[in-house]
Design a protein around this ligand. Structure first.
Ligand code: PAF
Length: 282
């Protein structure tokens, strides 16, 4: 049976209201489509935490810079809907751009601090686009829980912060990163890699694993970060946006010496024309 699909906020809310009237809890998994096993693991996780799972599919134009891949971003709703249904999703929410944004929409959610370094510095405006659309999705679907992948770790931190700061009544759950057998984090953008680039790409995860081990062994943060960046250059990455260890909650820089408290290693680097990101708990 085809997956029921809501195209408007009103249709989405009617279904969620009906479920809640039956006493059922609702989980939301926001996506931009081009689904892979990583997304489906988030749908299954939402299914363990809520009675009904809604997945949204919306390629959000406001989180892409003009030179980025909004137009080229892979789109195949029929395939995505089939995969979502198999993973236990009960409703697809796939609004059009005009249904999501009024032509004169003028409100933006800006999360200071945690959205400024790393991808916030490399992709100006990106997190304002993410924070605004995620706030809208949470207000539209009013889920009990919402699940986001740890693959986009900074995004997860930004979303936890805005939910706390704006008192949005939802529990945010992070789902672990799914990886190919060679360690490459699953990502819709892996589809852009040539065969040769795909063979080089696992170096990103390997560099993070090695750096995390050295940090755990007590080596100096700055030295470990510099060596990881050099390893990526040696593996064929043409631009390293960052390889940094940061506080896992605040994303603040760590002191130059030993680790104190939970830290996260985060990296973004370009292979050919494709920008890859990854991260690891330390
Ligand atoms: O992670 C994504 O796919 C997107 O940034 C999200 C959370 C669906 C918002 O557009």
């Amino acid at each position: 049976m085809p997956l029921p699909t809501a195209r408007t906020v009103a249709d989405l809310r009617a279904q969620v209201r009906a479920w809640k009237a039956e006493g059922l809890s609702v989980g939301l998994v926001p996506t931009m489509g081009a689904l892979h096993e990583g997304h489906l693991s988030l749908v299954r996780l939402a299914g363990q935490r809520a009675d009904r799972v809604v997945a949204s599919l919306f390629v959000n134009p406001t989180q892409f810079a003009p030179h980025e891949d909004f137009a080229a971003y892979p789109r195949d709703e029929a395939r995505d809907a089939r995969l979502l249904a198999e993973a236990g999703c009960a409703l697809l929410y796939a609004p059009t751009v005009p249904a999501m944004y009024a032509p004169d929409a003028s409100t933006t959610v800006a999360v200071a601090g945690v959205s400024e370094p790393l991808d916030g510095a490399a992709r100006p405006g990106h997190f304002a686009g993410v924070a605004t659309v995620v706030t809208k999705l949470l207000l539209q679907a009013a889920p009990d829980v919402a699940v986001f992948g740890e693959k986009d770790y900074q995004q997860l931190v930004v979303i936890r912060r805005l939910v706390r700061d704006l008192d949005i009544p939802v529990e945010i759950i992070g789902g672990p990163t799914m990886r190919a057998p060679d360690g490459l984090a699953l990502s819709s953008r892996n589809a852009y890699l040539s065969a040769a680039e795909r063979a080089q790409a696992p170096a990103l995860h390997q560099a993070l694993v090695q750096a995390a081990n050295r940090l755990r062994a007590g080596e100096a943060v700055a030295r470990v970060e510099a060596d990881a960046a050099n390893a990526l250059r040696a593996a064929g990455f043409s631009r390293i946006d960052y390889v940094e260890a940061r506080n896992a909650d605040s994303l603040e820089r760590l002191g130059p010496g030993l680790l104190a408290g939970p830290a996260r290693l985060l990296a973004a680097a370009v292979l050919g024309k494709t920008r890859l990101i990854d991260n690891l708990a330390v």
